[in-house]
Design a protein around this ligand. Structure first.
Ligand SMILES: Nc1ncnc2c1ncn2[C@@H]1O[C@H](COP(=O)(O)OP(=O)(O)OP(=O)(O)O)[C@@H](O)[C@H]1O
Length: 395
């Protein structure tokens, strides 16, 4: 179900929109337009659909338009053209065109925002800060303090309820920010670089907590980040922005495998593929393996025999090799090191590397009883060195 739908959105800062919009349509660049009309193009022709339970990350360099687009979703930025629709029950409300009463209703019940600067009120306690938004919803005091307490527990800060924000570390304050957003129980959460001011360990921990909270609460989240590793970790969908435009929108794995432009490729070149890539995109497919005397050669020493795609045997020069049907529950220490592991085709690269670290042999990727391909060391090196753009068919 679509919860947020951004349709052909243009956002322009400045007073010359009648002049600027036609310049945009003629294909002038953002810099040219700044020179010609004095206006800054914040967002140009953005289109995104975010479904219930998705985390959509807007990613790009500073100034690319991420925050501008995010702020349009709760009506903080004026839209020059296009629509920004947010679900309200069975209706979609255009945040750019609705009246003040509807906008207030949407902001208190449907969309809430978490900022990079924690924006806590220093004179209120941690508990009161979390409960503050509920007061705006008109909830009675006891009920809102109770809800705020539950939420603080979820971010492990219940012991800190009566402290003031300045008695907390940055990471703790950002957790209060998260609790304050989640307590509102709105369907949509907008998060503008909420973790970027934190040191890497705390940041990674909060990312994990966000993913956990999200699993439990099934919110729809739009998250701004300039860090592709963060985007790949938490995003179910990533929209990459450059100079006010969305230049690629895709799943994390597809962004890493098929960067649309050099700009995206530069980001991807610095990421760690272990948590993103899956067996199917790393493997050498069965039909790419050489066949000698009816044997499908995995490497110089090992081969497999198939019948209608089903595995009959795996061999090497010592004879037949035992196989292990791997599942995520398999305890590697209890499995033979000499075995060929049969793994699901969507196995995460990290899991496959763990198996290879334990076992001496290649792996076979399975879909049901069908062998799709094999994974061995050069497939991993290939991905780790970022050579998976435009796959090398000779593998
Ligand atoms: N209120 C404003 N008035 C004028 N120009 C603005 C305003 N807000 C943003 N801009 C301009 O719009 C462009 C996009 O800015 P935006 O803050 O959305 O980028 P960003 O990708 O979020 O960058 P950062 O990561 O640095 O926050 C920039 O050129 C910026 O100068």
């Amino acid at each position: 179900m679509t919860v947020v739908s951004i349709e052909n959105v243009d956002i322009v800062f400045g007073d010359n929109q009648e002049k600027t919009l036609p310049l945009m349509d003629k294909g002038h660049s953002r810099d040219e337009i700044l020179g010609m009309s004095g206006d800054v193009v914040g967002v140009q022709n953005a289109n995104i659909e975010v479904n219930e339970g998705e985390i959509c990350v807007l990613m790009g360099l500073s100034g690319s338009g991420k925050s501008t687009l995010l702020r349009a979703v709760n009506g903080l930025n004026k839209i020059a053209r296009g629509r920004c629709l947010v679900r309200d029950g069975d209706k979609m409300i255009d945040m750019a065109k609705c009246d003040e009463t509807t906008l207030r209703h949407m902001r208190t019940h449907r969309v809430s925002m978490v900022f990079q600067s924690f924006a806590l009120m220093p004179w209120l306690t941690v508990l009161e800060n979390v409960a503050f938004g509920l007061e705006m919803q008109g909830m009675p005091k006891e009920e809102r303090l109770q809800k705020a307490r539950e939420q603080l527990k979820m971010v492990s800060l219940d012991q800190w309820a009566d402290k003031k924000p300045d008695e907390l570390s940055g990471g703790m304050r950002q957790r209060v920010g998260l609790a304050r957003a989640f307590v509102m129980d709105t369907d949509v959460l907008l998060m503008d670089e909420p973790f970027s001011a934190l040191d890497p360990l705390i940041r990674s921990q909060l990312q994990d907590e966000l993913i956990e909270l999200q699993k439990r609460l099934n919110k729809t989240i739009i998250f701004v980040s300039h860090d592709l590793d963060e985007a790949l970790k938490i995003g179910t969908k990533i929209a990459i922005m450059e100079s006010a435009r969305i230049i690629q929108e895709d799943t994390p794995e597809q962004i890493v495998l098929n960067p649309a432009t050099e700009y995206v490729e530069k980001f991807v070149a610095h990421t760690n593929p272990l948590n993103v890539l899956r067996g199917r995109s790393l493997m050498t497919a069965i039909d790419q393996l050489a066949v000698k005397d009816g044997r499908i050669m995995v490497n110089d020493d090992a081969w497999i025999e198939l019948d209608g795609g089903k595995l009959i045997k795996a061999h090497n020069h010592n004879g037949e090799i035992a196989t292990v049907d791997w599942t995520p529950e398999t305890i590697l220490a209890n499995t033979p090191k000499e075995a060929v592991f049969l793994v699901p085709a969507n196995i995460a690269m990290r899991e496959a590397v763990e198996i290879r670290y334990h076992a001496d042999q290649f792996m076979i990727l399975m879909e049901g009883d069908q062998c799709l391909g094999v994974l061995q060391d050069h497939n991993f090196y290939h991905a780790l060195l970022g050579k998976h753009f435009g796959r090398d068919e000779s593998l």
